[in-house]
Design a protein around this ligand. Structure first.
Ligand code: ATP
Ligand code: MG
Length: 432
């Protein structure tokens, strides 16, 4: 194990290891949708320059967390309207445009991403030039529900029963084997419940097959899990020592090669219409489950040689956990950490990919997060809610769109429940 290092030693080590570009980063927060980033004089104030593929709300919150540490983030997105543009330099381009990606990576210390559907070619192109985390294998696994569930199985982690479906014959055979109800899903590109159909009756099969493209895209059938609740675990693993002593593995609790893995408390999640509405953290009555969730997340992290924040979505059934899916990035069920944990998931992800010391994942109290979906109550109404920490993403309202979230953190579970009871009907009445 490495000897202890102070935070400033590690930051210096991280910087000096990044080659000639380190220390010559362009100044942050200039939107350069049309032009290449300009080389500017070294700025002592810029501790590191991080590139984020994707400029949505996750990139926006990550860039905001970076600003507090003197990290400047450069975002890459297909849209000039990407909402992260207000928090860092935005490069606009297609993910297939390797020339544009080369402009993006110029002068960066590290590249990461805020969504998992980054084309493999783009990830490989960047990884060949700049340290890129999480690793490409993690990305590839999370892009395909079949690969993801097969990974869980290979690690001895329970999942809903599943079967690959490429043809109508395979669907009929899978329905026979798994029984109904079941969920038919596209293997790739699903989010917020999109690309899914629940089959409750044999008569639903033909319709679901048509709705999901009649074999145009590979599918997976999953047994429907009558779960008691949905929970998620958010883990973070620091990039191994990149120059000199590694700080993350030197805290007093560190005991072995995987000691730089940390876990937030288990989160209880409530969905409606396939979209996350409410998270409660720590999930009530979850002490035994926490141990199980950490153990299974650790197995995934070790197998993928993972670096960064990883979320594992789980179904709780009869005291056991079944893995639904993993997200190789910061996650909606971790937004509560902005106000409710000592270190937010966004800051910890940046620390992890830079090889900096990880922050404390402990909760500051009892926390909850309500998503603002489709339409939000007037800002004045939200701000007047007792205990509310409001975060808006700067998006134009549209049905089903995540526009922002409201966090609540209280020392007493009773007060949290009271504040939630006051806020929930108002936020849910506006949602669409
Ligand atoms: N096999 C299943 N049994 C029961 N419910 C399921 C099953 N699969 C998915 N669901 C429900 O549908 C929700 C969305 O499914 P899933 O997480 O697989 O898709 P997603 O579109 O990737 O979601 P997101 O991007 O919001 O995490 C789950 O959170 C769960 O509520
Ligand atoms: Mg999910």
């Amino acid at each position: 194990m490495s000897s202890p290092a102070t935070s400033s030693q590690s930051l210096a080590a991280a910087k000096s290891s990044t080659g000639p570009s380190a220390g010559t980063s362009a100044a942050p927060a200039s939107s350069s949708a049309a032009s290449a980033p300009t080389a500017s004089a070294p700025t002592a104030a810029c501790a590191a320059k991080v590139g984020i593929l994707g400029g949505g709300q996750l990139g926006r919150m990550m860039a905001m967390a970076g600003l507090r540490l003197g990290i400047s983030c450069r975002l890459y997105d297909e849209s000039p309207e990407a909402v992260a543009r207000e928090c860092g330099e935005l490069i606009v381009g297609q993910y297939t445009d390797l020339e544009r990606l080369s402009i993006f990576e110029s002068g960066l210390d590290v590249v990461t991403y805020e969504f998992e559907n980054v084309p493999a070619a783009a990830a490989q192109h960047l990884a060949a030039r700049v340290p890129t985390y999480p690793p490409a294998t993690a990305l590839a696994t999370c892009q395909d529900r079949l690969a993801e569930k097969s990974l869980f199985r290979s690690l001895g982690i329970g999942t809903p029963a599943f079967a690959k479906v490429d043809t109508r014959e395979e669907l009929d055979a899978a329905v026979k084997t798994l029984g109904l109800p079941a969920v038919l899903k596209t293997r790739r590109f699903g989010y917020d419940g999109k690309g899914q159909a629940v089959l409750r009756d044999p008569r639903d099969v033909a319709h679901a097959w048509t709705v999901l493209g009649a074999g145009a895209a590979p599918l997976i059938l999953e047994a429907f899990v009558p779960f008691e609740r949905e929970v998620s675990i958010i883990a973070v693993r620091a990039r191994p020592n990149i120059a000199g002593p590694a700080s993350p593995a030197t805290t007093p609790s560190a005991t072995g090669p995987t000691a730089d893995v940390r876990f937030y408390p288990l989160v209880e999640n409530h969905h409606a219409g396939g979209i996350l509405r409410l998270s409660i953290a720590p999930a009530p009555h979850s002490a035994a489950l926490q141990v199980k969730a950490e153990e299974l997340a650790r197995r995934v992290i070790e197998k993928l040689d993972y670096v960064g924040v990883l979320a594992v979505e789980l179904f709780e059934l009869g005291g056991e956990l079944l893995a639904n899916e993993i997200a190789p990035r910061v996650h909606n069920s971790g937004h509560w950490t902005i106000d409710g944990a000592v270190t937010s998931q966004f800051e910890n992800h940046l620390r992890a990919v830079l090889g900096w010391p990880l922050g404390d994942c402990s909760p500051r109290g009892h926390a909850a997060m309500l998503n603002l979906i489709g339409a939000a109550p007037p800002l004045a109404t939200l701000l007047a809610l007792p205990g509310a920490h409001v975060e808006m993403y700067g998006k134009i309202p549209r049905p089903g769109r995540k526009l922002g979230h409201v966090n609540f953190v209280e020392q007493s579970a009773t007060t949290l429940a009271r504040n939630l009871a006051a806020a929930r009907p108002i936020i849910e009445a506006a949602a669409c």
